[in-house]
Each structure stands twice: as C-alpha cells, then as structure tokens.
Design a protein around this ligand. Structure first.
Ligand code: FAD
Length: 317
C-alpha cells in the first residue's frame, strides 16, 4: 500500500476532511516557509490529538506536533511523515488561580483570559507567539517570567503507555531548555496546569502587559521571523555579538538580519529555509572568528536534510 493510502486508511475514521497530503508547511509557520509534509492533520480537541498521536506511533510513522510554528525552521524539502497541527485550546480557569489548558491554547489569548480574571503570573506571555504546548517544550519566557515559574505539571503522552502527569521538576527546565526539547523518543504534550496568583486588579495587569507590548514594539522588528534566532550566551547577548560582527542588515536571498535587532532574521518575502541556514552559518562563523563565542540556536531545525546534529549546532558544521 502506498504511504499516502496508508495515512488515509489509518486516519480515515478520525480525519473527517482534516487530512491533507503533500501539504506545504509555509502557512503553518510564523516565518512563512517550509516545504511539504507527506501528510498533515489539524486537531481541535485533546481527545483527537491523543487519538492521532497514538495511531501514528502504532503505525510507526514519523510524526511531529506543531502549535504556532513560531520556533521552528522547516527545511525546503519539507517533512517526511505526519505533521499534527494542534488547535486544541479549551481552558478552565479557577478562582484560586489554578488554570488547566489544552496544549493548543494560544499564549496571547491565555494571557488575556487569565488577566481578565484577575490572575497574575502569565502577563509575560502577552506578546509571545505560539501555543502552550510549544511553550512547555521550550520553557518559553519573556520580561522576567517563564513557564518554569508558573507551570505545575504537564500531561504527557508517550508511545505504548497511557498519558501521565509530569510535575514541573521532571521537565528539568533551564534557559529555553527542557527534558522534552530534543527528547530522544516521541512524545506529545496534551495539556498543562498553571498556578497563577489570584485577586489582582485586571486593569492593573493589563497596564503591565501593555508596557511589555510597547517595549517589544520599540525593540523588535515586525515581519515574518522566528523571534530570537540564537540563545544569549552567558553574560552577553547574541544580538549584540552579531551586530558587533558587522552583520546587521546582511541579506542572503530573501532573508535579512534585521537592521533593528540583529538576533532577528526576517523573511522579507520569498525567503527559503536554505537562505536562513546560510545566514545562520554566516553569523555563527563570523561571531566565532571575531569573539571566540559559539552561538547556540534557540530555534529548532526540522525536516528533510535538517535533522542532523551538525545542523542543530551550525558552528560545528
Ligand atoms: C516574533 C517572535 C517573538 C518571539 N518571542 C519569544 C519570547 O519572547 N520568548 C520565548 O520564549 N520565545 C519567543 N519566541 C519563540 C516562540 O514564540 C516560542 O518558542 C513558543 O513557545 C513556540 O510555541 P509554538 O506553539 O509556536 O511551538 P512550535 O514552533 O510549533 O513548536 C516548537 C517545538 O515544540 C514542539 N511542540 C509544540 N507543541 C507540542 C505539543 N503539543 N506536543 C509535543 N511537542 C510540541 C514542536 O514539535 C517543536 O519541536 C518568539 C517567536 C517569534 C516568531
């Protein structure tokens, strides 16, 4: 049976028109690029997400879940396997500050919802693109807050066993790192529980969040990008190093190192993943030559030709 036929066969009952074959991934990523996935299914409930991931594992397919596609650079050749687009976004908010949210909950919406209920502790997410699932994997954070500080536990599915709750300690969070990022075997984040601080004035929280949004507008460029391309090395800033290496405004193909903030690489239109990779390599090599600092990617490279150790650490490529 052809692989395409097999996706239709196995997912037919649950797909109900949601399955797409040979689907270009550009519209599912914030950088607006990426070649086709062999198959793609969009799920809008945790029940469906759970069903699909277990079916994929039982079928031995390669599978990757994407939330907002805000932290991934997908290769021009695309992804060999199944991409699951996670739109499961149900949220329950309790008066004591406990929040239970599906992993597809959009961070900015969740921040607004919790602030409007007088809960503090998630305002930092007001302008972070993506979903709770991606934020749990990456330990996303901004403005002094992060997932490590507000997550109680995450519901994680792994092949051949029922989903289990992982307390935050088990996620082993570091700076944009977790036990899930680069996990050696497949997993799915189904939902997360947050503990926020109740009893705050929603208007005050909103004012606070508005300041975060204004700060971002002042300091970060608009347009299609992946956010911060590199992690900040200890005691320094990746953007400062790339700027000091004279690379602000450098362009390869349709991708440019932002003249506003050098850690943002902008797809100016028609940019490709290969353009991105070439700029990433240039930035790494130049910064290493000038300052002896090895930059480490904050974004993840996914897809055919990208999933090698060398590409995750382009300074060594
Ligand atoms: C303009 C811009 C600004 C940004 N600013 C910030 C910032 O201030 N702070 C910050 O931390 N980040 C920032 N980012 C990066 C990004 O917003 C975060 O990393 C965010 O958490 C990504 O979420 P996502 O849903 O888009 O994840 P995706 O990019 O879709 O996925 C990221 C990784 O998580 C995995 N994944 C996603 N959901 C699941 C799931 N349910 N189960 C299993 N695996 C899953 C994916 O397979 C992939 O490996 C920014 C990005 C952009 C484009």
């Amino acid at each position: 049976m052809s692989p395409a036929r097999r996706y239709e066969e196995v997912l037919g009952d649950v797909a109900e028109g949601r399955l797409k074959l040979n689907e270009p991934l550009g519209r599912y990523t914030v950088a607006r690029l990426g070649g086709p996935a062999d198959a793609l299914i969009t799920v809008d409930t945790v029940e469906l997400l759970t069903k699909v991931v277990y079916l994929a594992w039982e079928s031995n397919w390669r599978m990757r879940i994407l939330g907002g596609g805000a932290n991934v650079l997908i290769s021009d050749l695309g992804y060999r396997g199944l991409i699951v687009i996670n739109n499961a976004k149900a949220v329950t908010i309790q008066d004591d500050g406990r929040v239970i949210a599906d992993s597809g909950a959009v961070l900015t919406h969740l921040a607004r919802q919790t602030m409007s209920r007088g809960l503090s502790g998630f305002e930092w997410a007001i302008s972070v693109p993506g979903t709770l699932g991606g934020a749990i994997v990456n330990n996303a954070g901004a403005h002094g807050g992060d997932m490590a500080a507000c997550l109680v536990c995450a519901e994680i599915a792994l092949p051949r066993r029922p989903p289990e709750d992982w307390p935050v300690a088990r996620l082993n969070y570091g700076y944009r790192e977790s036990a899930l990022k680069r996990h050696p075997s497949p997993f799915a984040v189904l939902s997360g529980q947050l503990q926020l601080s109740p009893g705050h004035d929603p208007a005050e929280l909103q004012r606070h969040a508005d300041e975060f949004v204004a700060h971002r507008k002042r300091t970060q460029p608009p347009g299609a990008s992946l956010g911060s391309m590199f992690k900040n090395p200890p005691g320094d800033y990746a953007g400062r190093l790339i700027e000091a290496a004279g690379l602000k405004g450098t362009r390869i193909g349709g991708v440019m190192i932002s003249p506003v903030h050098a850690n943002f690489f902008i797809n100016t239109g028609g940019g490709t993943a290969s353009d991105y990779l070439a700029l990433i390599r240039l930035a790494c090599a130049t910064v290493f030559k000038r300052f002896g600092v090895e930059l480490s990617l904050e974004v993840e490279l996914i897809g055919e030709g990208f999933e090698t150790e060398a590409n995750q650490n382009p300074t060594t490529a």
